[in-house]
Structure formats: C-alpha cells, structure tokens
Design a protein around this ligand. Structure first.
Ligand code: HEC
Length: 111
C-alpha cells in the first residue's frame, strides 16, 4: 500500500511537469511566426486590413462582387455592413465592420 502511494507521489509531479513542459515549449513556437505579418500590417496601412477583412468576412455567403459591383456612399455601406453583421451572429465584430466600411467607402465609394 505504502509503496504504491509513494510511486504515485513520485510519478504524478513527473507527469505534470512533462505536460507543462510540453506546453511551455510549444508556446514560443506559436508566437514566433505571426510576429512577422503583425509587424508588417501597420506599415501596409488600415486600408489593406479592411480589404483583407472584407475578403475574409464578406465572401462566405455570396461572392465578393455582390459588394464590389456597386458604388455607394459611406453611409449606405455602413448600413449594408450592419445588415450583413445581423445575418450571422458574432461573425463580423464592430471594429472589423468599421474597417470594412472604410475600405468599401474608399474603393467602392460614390464620387
Ligand atoms: C451570413 C451571410 C452573409 C455574410 C457574412 C455577408 N452577407 Fe451580404 N448578403 C447576404 C444575403 C443572404 C444577401 C441577400 C439578401 C439580402 O439582401 O438581405 C446579401 C446581400 C448583400 C448585398 C446586396 C444588398 C442589397 O441591399 O442589395 C450586399 C452589397 C452585400 N450583401 C454585401 C456584404 C458585405 C460587404 C459583407 C461583409 C461585411 C457581407 N455582405 C457579408 C448574406 C451575407
């Protein structure tokens, strides 16, 4: 009985330290690659971010040309994007929506 307990006491911290040891090793690996694109993003400017968000968020239900085929005032884009936010819960956050509206108003705005 005692021996079994002793073995458990020795083994469980070992297993624990192995588990945490693994997760500690993986963390830096995951952080390292995104550092480069994140650093490049501000240099490219908010417009590039808005375009990327638009292509990612607005292409899941219909082709992007549903939006790019038309030109609208910024207010109209804002109301369309707000509409689209309502079609899929939590898919397009408010800050993302604002960037998408900025991109659409800049690239597909009414002059
Ligand atoms: C969850 C699905 C979904 C997502 C995500 C989505 N849309 Fe839509 N969109 C629709 C549907 C469905 C329609 C057609 C029905 C309607 O007009 O309400 C539509 C219609 C539109 C129209 C035509 C509306 C009109 O008044 O003629 C535009 C423009 C548009 N989407 C742009 C966008 C943009 C920009 C985004 C990203 C911010 C987006 N959509 C994301 C589902 C989506």
């Amino acid at each position: 009985m005692r021996l079994r307990y002793a073995v458990l006491c020795v083994l469980s911290p070992l297993v624990l330290s192995l588990a945490t040891g693994c997760s500690k090793q993986e963390a830096p690996k995951q952080e390292a690659p995104p550092a480069a694109p994140a650093a490049a993003a501000p240099a490219a400017g908010g417009a590039a971010e808005g375009k990327a968000l638009f292509e990612q968020k607005c292409s899941v239900c219909h082709p992007l040309d549903r939006a790019t085929a038309r030109k609208e005032m910024k207010e109209k884009w804002a109301s369309i994007v707000k509409d689209m936010q309502g079609k899929k819960a939590d898919w397009i956050s408010d800050p993302d929506a604002a960037k998408i509206v900025d991109f659409l108003a800049a690239e597909h705005g009414k002059k």
